[in-house]
Design a protein around this ligand. Structure first.
Ligand SMILES: *[C@@H]1O[C@H](CO)[C@@H](O)[C@H](O)[C@H]1NC(C)=O
Ligand SMILES: *[C@@H]1O[C@H](CO)[C@@H](O)[C@H](O)[C@H]1NC(C)=O
Length: 358
């Protein structure tokens, strides 16, 4: 069938303007539950008077706005906003099935029609990110830790951080899918806040996990005098490097004193306080004990002259060491450092450091 030639001419005249000018759009992406605004680049109608705007999704009209008002398709009520100046449409509470082609038609009072289309891709929002780590206590040089990052949604990349810095693979092995890391064996500097972020181009979700690496006690040290004047107070203070913090016990001349604080105090020293003090630091998690020995001599203060001191009886306590102090410059430092290990296993190992100083 052929149209009469005259009809072509009439159609041509009617369609001046109805073919429309193309609107240019970028591509749009969104994430489920979030919003996206679809708007053409540099809309040419912006300085004209708009008389109608139509947005359609596939073949279905979403919204039509003209002099008679605005009508919204029932399934879009509450989910769209239209800006009648720019013709931008905001789509809210995005769903996966909002992915597809959107078409915009704008008519202006000067009989121009503007038409364009764009596509929207909706990704599933990343959510429920969790870091799963070891349940048991971690001990330095003994334990290893496997941390796994899990989450749901459309995940295109993931990132590991520790204490806000990228996780560096020094003693760390990443699984081939990057979802888990194995730290073996753990060392104290592995303590800290681990963070995993799962992403897609339009959403991300982060989870945190704190790891504590237990170690010690080490560097056990007793601070206090080795000599005290009769009647004076004495304070011995024991310290240790330990995670968790060490607990302390004190023995005196081989007997437990019942003191469980880091300090041992004598309000008014007398001759019976002279002897061998041992502070033992204990770590509940590593089950390691480390001891430090300290000698105290209480003596009668006979003034600054310092002659004729008789300390031999007291010094006799000290593992066969006898020191005679005489003269004005009668100060001799004797230092023994001795390390012993008792017991067959690594746990419960007991180390005694001896620090004789008088
Ligand atoms: C429409 O968009 C323009 C440009 O972004 C903005 O200035 C104006 O406030 C918007 N109007 C409404 C009703 O949101
Ligand atoms: C860590 O544990 C996860 C889950 O338990 C496992 O799939 C993964 O292979 C482990 N990673 C390493 C490096 O051992």
């Amino acid at each position: 069938m052929m149209f009469p030639t005259g009809l072509y001419g009439i159609l041509l005249i009617l369609c001046i303007g109805c073919l429309g000018e193309n609107l240019q759009f970028p591509e749009f992406n969104g994430a489920t539950g979030k919003s996206v605004v679809l708007v053409p680049e540099d809309p040419p109608y912006i300085s004209s008077q708009i008389i109608s705007i139509t947005w359609a999704f596939g073949v279905n009209t979403i919204i039509l706005s003209n002099a008679a008002g605005t009508s919204i398709s029932p399934e879009y009520i509450g989910r769209v906003n239209l800006n009648t100046t720019t013709a931008a449409i905001e789509l809210k509470y995005l769903r996966l099935d909002d992915s597809g082609t959107y078409r915009l038609t704008v008519s202006t009072s000067d009989f121009q029609n503007y038409i364009g289309q764009t596509s929207l891709k909706v990704y599933e929002t990343v959510s429920d990110t969790t870091l799963i780590g070891p349940q048991e206590s971690l001990i330095e040089e003994e334990s290893s830790a496997n941390i796994t990052c899990e989450g749901s949604g459309h995940i295109t990349s993931m990132e590991w951080m520790k204490d806000k810095n990228p996780l560096t693979p020094i003693n760390i092995t990443f699984s081939s899918d990057n979802r888990s890391v194995l730290i073996s064996p753990v060392i104290r500097s592995d303590s800290g806040e681990y963070q995993c972020t799962l992403r897609n181009p339009f959403s991300s979700d982060t989870a945190n996990l704190r790891l504590i690496i237990n170690y010690g006690p080490e560097d056990v040290f007793i601070d206090g005098p080795n000599e005290a004047a009769l009647g004076s107070p004495v304070l011995l203070s024991c310290s240790a490097t330990s995670v968790p913090p060490a607990s302390f016990t004190w023995s005196f001349n081989g007997s437990d004193t019942g003191v469980t604080t880091n300090t041992f105090t004598i309000d008014k020293s007398d001759i019976t306080h002279s002897g061998d003090y041992i502070c033992t630091a204990h770590n509940d998690v590593t089950e390691i004990n480390v001891s430090q020995r300290h000698l105290l001599v209480v003596k009668e203060d006979d003034g600054d002259g310092g002659g004729g001191l008789t300390t031999g009886a007291i010094v006799g306590i000290v593992i066969g060491v006898l020191v005679a102090v005489a003269g004005i410059c009668g100060l001799i430092f004797y230092f023994i450092k001795q390390k012993q290990r008792s017991g067959p296993g690594n746990n419960n190992a007991e180390t005694i450091y001896e620090n004789v100083d008088f």
